[in-house]
Design a protein around this ligand. Sequence first.
Ligand code: CCH
Length: 290
Amino acid sequence: MTGSSRPGDFDAVRKSVIDLLKQPEYDDGSAGPVLVRLAWHSAGTYDAETDTGGSNGAGMRYESEGGDPANAGLQHARLFLEPVKRQHPWITYADLWTLAGVTAIQAMGGPEIPWFPGRTDYVDDSKLPPRGRLPDAAQGSDHIRHIFYRMGFNDREIVALSGAHNLGRCHTANSGFEGKWVNNPTRFSNQYFRLLISEEWKEKTLPDSGIVQFAAVDPITEEELMMLPTDMALIHDQEFLQWVKVYAQDKNLFFEDFAKVFSKLMELGITRDAQGKITNSDNEKGGYIS
Ligand code: CCH
């Protein structure tokens, strides 16, 4: 592992994150996908109307948010990052989780995502997000819109963000769903969109739990791949479908859109001055030590 760093040296933190990505004993051999999910769930609680939730504060360290069943499995991601926090103790958890997400995406072949520091680990109890703000994979397009419009995203942005399901897998123990979306789940690409429209996805009921997901056999590897009901909603809804088709055909546009929208996700609930300094009132109570 690389050495310690001076406060504010985010490149040193990025290097430490890259060093820990390879995890031969874990899932598909990489910590990358679960780090991306940690970054997304840390931010995806945001509600624009009440200006609550979001990545600032790293509230998932505490039971009320960390113990939300929607966050099951993310303890692995937080544990992977503990040695990085020990090595660079000046960085806040809120910055570390979001920086680890964007670093992992790029290291897995994805786009460079603009990322800005300065989040605090101060949690204002009155601003803690209630449970139930993250999406429920068993639902359809109305639910997806309800969740993502609440954060301030439009249909094109929703589809672009969903392209993160190129990465990683579902685990029975975490969500009840099982399997991966693409045959190379540690390589960022637009394969998820291509498979959504090219394969014939058949409903599949998991025998032990009765949970319903969708299955198809990968034409190249002959492995079984999966889609969640919410993934299928992207091809059953005409507004979403047009963007699925665009991203399936144009990887560069997908990468460009994904970089913008993931960056926006990481910034939800954060206000900055012209110099980029966070101006949220709670930030007085503890940003990184410079
Ligand atoms: Fe997701 N996602 N996600 N997802 N997700 C799961 C896994 C990952 C939904 C449900 C699930 C986004 C949107 C949605 C990742 C990134 C993003 C799992 C399996 C479920 C269920 C969890 C398990 O069992 O471990 C639903 C529903 C939505 C929207 O409607 C968005 C947006 C992003 C990021 C931009 C990543 C990465 C994973 C893989 C995690 C891993 O551990 O491999």
